[in-house]
Write a protein that binds this ligand. Structure first.
Ligand code: ATP
Length: 391
């Protein structure tokens, strides 16, 4: 157990600072009221910083961030800056430098939130998606070949799983083509699958659904499935494993989401399924996420981006970032076994649930006119009430 925790704040751009402010206001008050000491330090990285200094994320800042227990991130992106510069220079750099190989995405429909899925209420949609965050088709290996040209491509892959593996591809195309290569390494698959079992056990979850497309992409996803089956054997008395093709998983997420507890997916399928998850839980305003390295500094961010159309108007929904703060505390609990952190996480989540269930506060994305800070104030007041009433 630690006597104090250190959190780096990186609010970033657009609605980032507005929603992060609300989450920190609530998080800080709850942590303080139950006696947990947390030091926050804010980092200016984002569009303004880039325009002023030309810097996205320096090596010095990166090193400094490694000394924190977690990073609480808002969003990056700005209409004045070419798309990709901030995303690659900050977000992707953090993910790769800190080796954040787990993307954790809870999908929970809360009372008072409308899902586009008719007939489902709270309790019917409540699962987590664990997405592998470094490999698969996102290793950035591919090329284009002009018509009638023969070329050879050589790639060095540098993922968490296959450091320095070399691939050589010969292409002879008469009509022109483009290709992209997906990599599942044994080490990369093993570490996310092991993480998933440990995650499920710690939280008393008894079934994991492993997603793939091993019937068509037999090599890459065949290996993924083989590894999941093998590791699953070790855990079979505690956690049941099931295997599902990604198309079936998408169908069940819409028709029968209640059947899922933990879904584990390779990078690309995870990317797609988690967006479907955000949609069925009521939209981007409610979707939290964690980018985790179980042995290092992890980064937590609301799924939504900088939403420039809503920035500076005090109308963004802060709930995704408030739930992200709660998720961060839950992760720190599992890392440091400090029950107070779990208590704080649950108080924040319960306060969000109670405020939404009251039906009195709805931000614009929910069809109401509650302001960002008013939603934050309502959740803060409810959290304080929960702390004082002993819940
Ligand atoms: P970026 O380029 O940073 O990804 P974006 O606007 O393209 O920004 P998002 O920020 O994810 O992508 O937003 C997509 C849509 O959802 C926008 O219309 C935005 O206003 C809306 N949206 C996203 N987050 C919120 C939120 N927290 N509250 C209300 N609306 C939101």
């Amino acid at each position: 157990m630690r006597s104090a925790y250190r959190i780096a704040l990186m609010p970033g751009d657009g609605i980032g600072p507005e929603v992060i402010r609300e989450a920190v206001k609530i998080g800080e008050a709850v942590l303080e009221s139950i006696g947990i000491r947390v030091f926050f330090e804010e980092f200016p990285n984002g569009a303004e910083h880039y325009l002023r200094t030309g810097e996205t994320l320096s090596e010095e800042t990166l090193e400094k961030l490694k000394g924190f227990d977690a990073i609480f991130f808002g969003a990056v992106g700005d209409p004045r800056i070419k798309p990709g510069i901030l995303e690659k220079g900050i977000l992707l750099k953090l993910r790769s430098s800190l080796d954040l190989y787990v993307n954790l995405r809870p999908v929970k429909l809360l009372n008072g939130v409308e899902s586009p899925l008719k007939g489902f209420g709270p309790g019917d949609i409540d699962f987590v998606v664990i997405r592998e965050n470094t490999e698969d088709f996102y290793v950035d290996m591919g090329g284009r070949v002009d018509a009638s040209c023969s070329r050879a491509f050589e790639f060095t892959v540098n993922t968490g799983g296959a450091r320095g593996s070399k691939y050589r591809v010969e292409v002879d195309s008469s009509s022109g083509e483009a290709f992209q290569i997906g990599v599942i390494s044994r080490k990369g698959a093993e570490r996310i699958i092991k993480f998933s079992f440990e995650y499920a056990i710690k939280r008393g979850m008894r079934r994991i659904t492993f997603v793939d497309k091993a019937n068509v992409l037999t090599e890459a996803y065949g290996l993924w499935r083989e590894i999941a089956e093998k590791i699953g054997e070790e855990y079979k008395n505690i956690v049941e494993s099931e295997f599902m093709y990604v198309d079936a998983a998408a169908l069940h997420m819409v028709l029968n989401p209640k059947r899922f507890k933990v879904i584990v997916a390779p990078n690309m399928f995870g990317d797609i399924l988690t967006d479907l998850g955000a949609a069925i839980q009521g939209g981007l305003g409610f979707a939290p996420s964690g980018n985790i390295n179980p042995d290092g500094t992890s980064m937590f961010e609301p799924v939504h981006g900088s939403a420039p159309d809503k920035a500076g108007k005090n109308i963004a929904n802060p709930i995704a970032s408030i739930l992200t703060f709660s998720l961060m505390l839950e992760h720190l609990w599992s890392r440091y076994n400090d029950e107070h952190l779990l208590e704080a996480s649950r108080i924040i989540e319960k306060a969000v649930e109670n405020v939404l269930a009251s039906g009195k506060f709805k931000t614009v994305d929910m069809g109401g006119n509650t302001k960002t800070n008013e939603m934050g104030d309502a959740i803060l007041a409810e959290a304080k009430r929960l702390v004082h009433s002993g819940r």
